[in-house]
Design a protein around this ligand. Structure first.
Ligand code: PLP
Ligand code: COI
Length: 341
C-alpha cells in the first residue's frame, strides 16, 4: 500500500485528519456491530450527556511499523481492560469481550497509508473513546453511547523529542482522594487545562502534581507517570490510587527487572526525596520516556544530575529497550505485540 505523502520526521503531537474511523452505537441496552466510516464529524443532541456532564472516557495507544515491515500495536489488551474500568466508574456501558481489539485492528488496517514507516521517528496514535449521546438534564448517566476510534500520525509529545524538559510543582490538584484520578476520563484532563496553560505561561513544559490529601507525595503529570532513578541505579516509580495505571510504566518496570536486571521500587515517593534522585523521566504512550532535567517548586530549583542536554544513562537504556521491543528489534515478552498485518 502506498503511504500518504507526509513529512513524517517533522510531525509533532497534533491532529492530522486521516481517512477512516470506527463507530459503534449503544442503544436499547446493547452495542451494535460497529463499522469503519469516513465521516469525521458527529451530530448529537445539544443536551447530550457528554456535553452537559462530561460523561466520556478514552484511551491512547500507538501503531508501529516494525523493522521487518509489520504493523503492530503494543499491549492493546491492557487498553481494552482500562477503558472498561474507566467506563464502569462513569456508569458507561462496557465494551463486549474482544470488541476493543477488533475495532483497533480494523481502524489501523483501514488507515494503513498513514502508519509511519519504520525509522521515521513517527507513529500512528490511536484514540478510542466512548461518550454519552442522548439528552440528559437531571444528573444521571445517558442511555445511549457512541464508541469511536480515530487515528493520527504523531511525532514526539514534547518539542525537542529526547531533550530534557523543565517542570513545575503545580499549585492545582489533578485528582481528588477516592476520585477519578485512576481512570482515563476526559474530566481529569479538563481539570488540568488551566494548570497546564499556567505552567506554559510561566515557561515550564509540564506540571508535577502532588497527592491532593497531603501534598507531600509525587503523583504524576497531566499525561504521564513518573520514573526516577536513584544514584545507585535503582528505578523508583510512585504508587498511588489516584494516578493512571500507565501501561508504559508497567511495561518499563518489567523491562527494568527482566531485561536490564535493575532493582525496581514501586512505592510512595515523597517530594522531599526528589532532590536526591539521579534521573527523572515521564512515561506514557504519548511521552514514551521524556527526560526531565529540572523540577521547580515555587522558585526552588531541583536540577537532576543527568542535566539539560540528554537523557540520563539508565533512562536511555529503558527507552532503547522499550522502543526496541515496540519496533521489533528486541524480542518482546509473550503477548505484548499484537500484529495487525
Ligand atoms: N498518566 C496520565 C494522566 C495519562 O494521560 C497517560 C496517558 O495515557 C499516562 C499516565 C500514561 O499511560 P500509558 O502509558 O498507558 O499511555
Ligand atoms: C497518552 O499518552 O496516550 C495520553 O493519553 C496522554 C495525553 C496527554 C496525550
Amino acid at each position: 500500500m502506498e503511504k500518504k505523502n507526509i513529512d513524517w520526521g517533522s510531525l509533532g503531537f497534533g491532529y492530522v485528519k486521516t481517512d477512516f474511523r470506527y463507530v459503534s452505537n449503544f442503544k436499547d441496552g446493547k452495542w451494535d456491530d460497529g463499522a469503519i466510516v469516513t465521516d469525521d464529524t458527529i451530530t448529537i443532541s445539544e443536551c447530550a450527556g457528554v456535553l452537559q456532564y462530561a460523561q466520556t472516557v478514552f484511551e491512547g495507544l500507538k501503531a508501529y511499523t516494525t523493522e521487518d515491515g509489520h504493523i503492530v500495536t503494543f499491549r492493546p489488551d491492557l487498553n481494552a481492560e482500562r477503558i472498561n474500568n474507566s467506563a464502569a466508574r462513569l456508569e458507561i456501558p462496557v465494551l463486549p469481550e474482544g470488541r476493543f481489539i477488533d475495532a483497533v485492528t480494523k481502524t489501523v488496517k483501514a488507515n494503513e497509508n498513514v502508519v509511519p514507516p519504520y525509522g521515521s521517528g513517527a507513529t500512528l496514535y490511536i484514540r478510542p473513546y466512548i461518550f454519552g449521546v442522548n439528552p440528559v438534564i437531571g444528573v444521571k448517566p445517558a442511555d445511549e453511547y457512541q464508541f469511536r476510534i480515530f487515528t493520527t500520525p504523531v511525532g514526539p509529545y514534547f518539542k525537542g523529542g529526547a531533550k530534557p524538559i523543565t517542570i513545575k510543582v503545580s499549585d492545582f490538584d489533578r485528582a481528588a482522594p477516592h476520585g477519578t484520578g485512576h481512570i482515563k476520563a476526559g474530566l481529569n484532563y479538563a481539570m488540568s487545562l488551566h494548570a497546564i496553560v499556567t505552567a506554559h505561561h510561566e515557561g515550564f513544559d509540564e506540571n508535577m502534581y502532588l497527592d491532593p490529601a497531603t501534598r507531600t507525595k509525587v503523583e504524576e503529570t497531566g499525561g504521564a507517570n513518573f520514573l526516577f532513578v536513584t544514584k545507585d541505579g535503582k528505578v523508583v516509580t510512585p504508587k498511588s490510587d489516584s494516578i493512571l495505571p500507565s501501561i508504559t510504566r508497567r511495561s518499563l518496570v518489567y523491562v527494568a527487572k527482566e531485561y536490564l536486571g535493575l532493582e525496581v521500587e514501586e512505592r510512595e515517593v515523597l517530594f522531599s526525596e526528589v532532590k536526591d534522585f539521579a534521573e527523572c523521566g515521564l512515561c506514557g504512550t504519548a511521552a514514551v520516556i521524556s527526560p526531565v532535567g529540572k523540577i521547580v517548586d515555587h522558585g526552588n530549583e531541583i536540577c537532576l544530575p543527568s542535566g539539560m542536554q540528554e537523557m540520563g544513562p539508565v533512562t536511555k537504556k529503558l527507552y532503547d529497550t522499550l522502543t526496541g521491543i515496540q519496533m521489533g528489534r528486541i524480542e518482546a515478552p509473550k503477548g505484548w505485540i499484537h500484529v495487525i498485518e
